[in-house]
Every structure is written in C-alpha cells, then in structure tokens.
Design a protein. Structure first.
Length: 403
C-alpha cells in the first residue's frame, strides 16, 4: 500500500493543499489587521478633529458672552493676525487679552484703580479674573492718528531689557482711546522708597541695595541711549520696582505716542524734565538730550547716596553745590545718608560709595560735553575704577576718609 497517496477518497489532505490554505489564512489575517489599523487611524483623526472643532466653537461662544454690546465691535478682531479692516483691537505681544476683559479688570477705568498720574495720562491697576495683574496706561485725549500710533507702539514693544518697563501690548480705537499695557510693578517707585527710608533713618535701604538700584537705572538708561532713545524725565518717581525689588526705568518713548499735556501732570513737571532733576541747558533750550538725561541721572544718584531731595535746597545752593562744599571741607561723613553712617572707611563698600559720589559729580558737570556717556557710567558703577579723569579738587576719592 502506498502511504503517500492522498485526496478526498482516502480522506487524507495533501500537503500542498494544506500549505495553500495556510497561506490564504495568513493573507486574510494580514489584510484584516491592516484594514483595522487604517480604520482606527481614521477614527482617531476624526475624533481629534471633532474635539478641536468643539473646543474652538466653545471658545468663540465664551468670547462672545464676555463682550458687551457697546464694545463687541471694537474687540471683534482680537488676534494680531486679523485683517486691517477688522476694526480696533487690543494687541498683545505674548498672550491674549481682550479689551472687554481689560475694561472689567480696571472697573471701566475707575478712579480707585489709578496708580499714578503723569504728563502722558493715568496708569491703572488691572486685575483679571485669572489672577493676572497688569498696568494699563490710558493716554491723554488728542493722541496721534491710529496708524502712526500702531507703528510707534510696535517699535516700542521691541525695546526690551531687565531694567526698563517693557511694553506688553497696546490698543488704539475711537474715540481717541489709546492704551499701553505693561507688567505690574508691585513695589512702587524709588521716590516712595527713599521717602520711607528717610522716615526710618535709612535703615531699610543698605548700601548694596542702593548701589544695585543706581546700577539698574544706569543700565536701563544706557540701553535706551544705545537705541537713540532720549528719556527726558529721569527722576525717582519714574523708577519702578518689581517683586524682587529690581529697578525698572519707566516713562520713556511716550512723546511719539501722544500729544503731551500738563493738565494731568504735577506742577513740578515740564516738557523736558522735572524741577530739581532737569539739566540747566534743557531748561533754557526746552530740548531733551542724552546729555540732559545723564545730568538727571547724576542728581538721582546723589539723592540715593545722601538721602537729600534736590528740591530741599535754595536757589543759591543746589544738591551738587552742597556735595562739593562738603568735599572741600573734608566732611565726607556729612554726605552719608543716615542708613549708611556705619560704613567702614576701610571697607570696599566705602570705596564704592566714594565712586558713586564721583559718578554723580561727573554726570552733573556744567558743560554737557564734559559729562560721560551712560555706557562709561555703567562701566564705572560695575566696579571698574578706570574712567574719565576728574579734577582732584572735585574727586572724593582723593580726600582723606573721616575717622
């Protein structure tokens, strides 16, 4: 009997038939698995697209609910990518905030939320529902046209440094509503800080803090001058502090965004600076300049070091003349702010204090061309003693230390 015989009559399946069936089964499994994979991918894509569509629809619906009828048209196009004909919009460089939310955050620019008043309008504290806090400057009426305003605001928003207040966004819309958005500075300004320090005999402001504040202001002003931006009103009230008490120079670049009026400003403010801090030539010509900025910075430095306000002096003797008089008498200890009287004359901090006085006198030279640049000033304040020459009679480092 032939054992290799196969077929249906013998009820024995042949090997080649068995192999064909196995191959067909494998092929069917592969086709089924592939089909299932593609179906799964399609379903996932469909579900993902549906979820995104529902999310966008929900966000759009929420945005519509937040808009009041009066302001709906002015915030219809809040994204920066909107068309030029989409109407006025609140433009934010880093995040999305609507005008309606800003109006709510400031309580329709309520007087209770005013943080400061200046030549260029009011600054409001804006507290948003998500906990974000920003500063909103509402510029005075009679501003420049919208197109020019947007162009200048975009340029100003590119000016960034750790020691200046950075523009985070802006709004331009009728009727003459112009808004500038900045980070909120929770620790007030240098003027208030120095005033509080004087009440406590200066002990809340030690030398390292005063030195860092002066250096921060110098760095901020130096970066502005490197970009050909003249500040025009350097004073303690325009130096703000963040949560870490780092100094930020504010109130710059605004003259190109609005028509300045003195109605909202204090009586001590002028178009080219503030009384006590204004350079002599600026008061005569009415023109701001880098050299005038340097002079104002020098006055601020002397105020930080001595604790004396420039407006405390008579017309015959200003803070610069008073400092020079103390140096000529050899009474350097009279220059020390009460919180600095414990400085050791043999310490490095004493040397830094004398260097600060030297910088203040260099900055306040009568001839504008004798004043150093802000880059040189920062170089000196950072501890590099190699600077511009100063006559020995006015150089505090050449005088004996008080015992």
């Amino acid at each position: 009997m032939n054992r290799e015989l196969c077929g249906k009559p013998l009820k024995k399946e042949c090997a080649n038939v068995r192999n064909r069936k196995r191959r067909k089964l494998i092929l069917l499994i592969v086709i089924a698995a592939g089909g299932a994979f593609f179906v799964a991918v399609f379903c996932c894509g469909y579900i993902y697209g549906l979820l995104r569509w529902r999310k966008r629809l929900r966000e759009w619906g929420n945005g519509e609910k937040k808009r009041s009828p009066a302001s709906a048209s002015s915030v219809a196009d809040r994204d920066r990518g909107g068309g030029e004909n989409g109407g006025p919009k609140l433009v934010m460089f880093n995040n999305k905030i609507t005008l309606a939310e800003t109006l709510e955050a400031t309580r329709q620019f309520d007087e209770e939320n005013v943080m400061s008043r200046g030549r260029y309008g009011l600054v409001f504290k804006a507290t948003y529902q998500d906990g974000t806090v920003l500063s909103i400057r509402r510029l005075v009426d009679g501003s420049i046209d919208e197109c020019t305003f947007r162009k200048e605001a975009e340029l100003l928003g590119k000016v960034k440094h750790r020691n200046i207040t950075v523009l985070r966004g802006y709004y331009a819309g009728p009727p003459d509503l112009r808004l500038l958005v900045y980070d909120y500075m929770p620790n007030g300004n240098l003027g208030t800080l120095l005033q509080e320090a004087n009440r406590q005999d200066g002990h809340m402001l030690n030398w390292p803090m005063r030195h860092l504040i002066a250096l921060g202001i110098g760095r901020g002003l130096a970066i502005l001058h490197s970009l050909s931006i003249v500040h025009g009103d350097i004073k303690p009230q325009n130096v703000l502090f963040d949560a870490d008490f780092e100094a930020h120079l504010s109130e710059f670049g605004l003259e190109k965004l609005t028509i300045a009026t003195l109605a909202e400003a204090s009586s001590s403010s002028t178009p080219v600076g503030s009384l006590g801090y204004m350079a002599p030539e600026a008061s005569l010509t009415g023109q701001p300049s880098k050299e005038a900025d340097v002079y104002s910075f020098g006055i601020v430095v002397l105020e930080i070091l001595t604790g004396r306000k420039p407006v405390m002096f008579t017309q015959d003797e200003d803070i610069v003349k008073w400092v020079k008089k103390q140096l000529q008498k050899g009474q350097i200890s009279e220059l020390l702010e009460p919180g600095l009287v414990e400085l050791d004359p043999e310490s490095s901090e004493w040397e830094e204090f004398l260097l600060g006085v030297k910088v203040g006198l260099l900055c306040t030279a009568t001839d504008p061309f004798d004043r150093p640049s802000m880059a040189d000033i920062v170089f000196m304040l950072e501890g590099c003693r190699v600077g511009l020459k100063i006559p020995s009679s006015a150089d505090p480092t050449s005088l004996p230390s008080p015992i």
